[in-house]
Design a protein. Structure first.
Length: 90
């Protein structure tokens, strides 16, 4: 996923595609990327959007980067697409 910290609001903005044609989720969070604040905001935003407890979502890669990888417990990729919309590459 690609995250825009200090984005003015917390929002899931849909899917994008990188140059290698891999889908990624676009997120915007109001938190600044200081002391893990943006990562915590990403985890909370995704948990809320997916109807999961905050503890079910964790950033596992890219802690200091805009491109992040998250681990989501309790939801399949089909569940995530149903909640967040299709990525358009099926």
């Amino acid at each position: 996923m690609r995250v825009s910290p200090r984005g003015g609001r917390d929002a899931v903005e849909g899917w994008g595609v990188d140059p290698a044609h891999r889908p990624f989720l676009k997120l915007r969070v109001a938190a600044a990327p200081v002391d893990g604040g943006a990562n915590a905001a990403v985890e909370a935003l995704l948990a809320k959007a997916l109807g999961l407890p905050r503890s079910a979502v964790s950033v596992v890669r890219g802690h200091a980067a805009r491109l992040k990888q998250v681990e989501i417990e309790g939801r399949s990729m089909q569940d995530i697409i149903a909640k967040l919309g299709p990525h358009g590459l099926d």
